[in-house]
Design a protein around this ligand. Sequence first.
Ligand code: SF4
Length: 421
Amino acid sequence: MPPPLELPTIQNWSCHNCGGCCQQHLIEITEAERQRIVEQHWETDAEVSRGRPWLVRLGWWPWSRRYRLGHQPNGACVFLDEQGYCRIHAKFGEEAKPLACRIYPYAFHPAGKKITVGLRFSCPSVAGNRGRPVSEQRHELKVLERLVVPESAAEMVPPPVTPGQSLDWSETLQIVASLERQIAEGTGGIVPRVIQALAFVELLGQARFDKIRGPRLREFLEIVAGAAASEAAALPEQPEPSAVGRMQFRLQCAQYARRDTLADCELGWANRWRLFRAAVRFTRGMGLAPPLQPAFVPVPFTELEPAFGPLPAAVDELLIRYLRVKIQSLHFCGRAYYDVPVVEGFQSLALVIPVVLFLARWLAVGAGRRQLTLDDVTRALNIADHHHGYSPAFGQLNFRARVRMLAQTQDISRLTAWYGR
Ligand code: SF4
């Protein structure tokens, strides 16, 4: 009996052929996919074979069997046409495409006896909640799930709640559901809800779960939720972020603001030198913020700090939906996020909110505005979520240590309040 799918009921999605994913991702293909594309004979298509390879070997050693799809000079997939359509899809149908292209923007995560389905908000249609309700796409998703989820998924263990403290799947999912309620049922906009959820996971981080198993867990979670709500309500005004916290935060923002298409990576040392100089500027936080991709223009760091006014209600809706979909689908911890425990995974996810608000301010100031629009925040979320859980740098020890430090000093809450004002 295949495991049931748990779908995000608050999310819609259909592809609107913007071509965004085909311009950003490096698509590695399997040997069977390589063979299939070879047999499609693209050498006879003048639009594709303009003297550029459509399949590229990965690695410098001649016996490498790993391949990726080729790219156009601007970094877009070699099969992307001028209208934003995939040529393989147009000529041979959806099933002829590499699996990675068919899956995007969905993500499947084993969760004990079921599989949860998440979405990547790097896709503008996901962020914009555009298209058919995901809950009506069960049949198509089941087909994809069979292709991508291994049979051994049912044996996967749950992520630990904190380092060294693992519970069984039903207990772990109870904690995740309780965390999701902090965001879904909290009062006010995104800022107080994130602050309450951070207080909730901080209390979880102090718990000894060997004494709170089984029926006691529900009671414990209710007590922790009540304490987190009181703690968050007692702190209507967050203190300013600390100086060290701001510096560490800017470095995180620089990582999220990068664009790592193949065209960027192929610049080699020139790209590395550019990124190094940008990191120095972000550390100092003085002068102009260096544009890390064409979406940004140089603006003074100081212009990103004043109050921009209350967030529009549509921005609250977008960011609350983002956190809920990520939490419900376990798209923030364990196998889906560098094998980190639940508490640390949520702290990383919560940090995305001030990062997005910082990047959105950068876009707004670059356009000569001092107020955020839904479009600024949507574009910033597209940029940030492209990396979250997918760029290898985010799983490295220095990145994770920065998140833990910002959580310990309460700076994630402070930064959320600071950039949400
Ligand atoms: S980014 Fe989203 S809407 Fe755009 S082509 Fe890719 S899947 Fe479709």
